[in-house]
Write a protein that binds this ligand. Structure first.
Ligand code: SF4
Ligand code: SF4
Length: 172
């Protein structure tokens, strides 16, 4: 049976189950689409570049210290509700295994042992920089990072549109 689209207002476990059933039930339909395959490759490169830049600027170190030594993190419970089922499906297409349970009672559902388990993240998660970051890192370095994140966001937008197009074709 074809999976019907699911609202972002449904519980996160239902959205994950929907993404899983689309991924499993589509018989590689999405991955066989040339446009999607190209965009997935482009997206992976964009993510790699912006993660390298995060390392270079020192954001990764600051966040690690914050998480492991200061008991702080910006990945709070409820942020998983920003993720619609399309974005979760894109993560599956990128090879991400979606979690079955929440690890930390007060943490986001997608917060794993070593940080976020997702590769395709919501704009809110990509763009967020707390005061600790903006105070400790040069604005020029943050601007360079922003530019790379912009490429990641643009690619994700196109991916989202194409995945919906292929899904609609599958439904028709
Ligand atoms: S962005 Fe700020 S609050 Fe979030 S983990 Fe990094 S340092 Fe901590
Ligand atoms: S970065 Fe990942 S773990 Fe953190 S709030 Fe966003 S989705 Fe959740």
């Amino acid at each position: 049976m074809l999976p019907q689209p699911i609202s972002i207002n449904r519980p996160v476990k239902e959205r994950i189950a929907w993404a899983e059933s689309c991924f499993q039930g589509s018989g590689n339909l999405f991955l066989k689409d040339e446009k999607i395959a190209g965009l997935l490759a482009e997206f992976k490169s964009a993510v790699k570049a912006s993660r390298q830049e995060m390392n270079k600027t020192g954001v990764v170190t600051l966040c690690r210290e914050c998480d492991q030594e200061e008991g702080g993190s910006c990945c709070g419970r409820g942020l998983e509700n920003k993720y619609d089922a399309w974005l979760l499906l894109i993560n599956r297409l990128l090879g991400v295994e979606l979690p079955g349970e929440r690890r930390q009672a007060d943490g986001c559902f997608f917060l794993g042992e070593k940080g976020c388990v997702l590769m395709a993240r919501h704009v809110i998660c990509i763009n967020y920089m707390c005061k600790k970051i903006t105070k400790n890192i040069q604005p020029s370095a943050l601007n360079a990072l922003r530019e790379m994140e912009g490429a990641e966001i643009n690619c994700l937008f196109m991916l989202n549109e194409q995945v919906k197009r292929v899904f609609r074709k599958w439904m028709s």
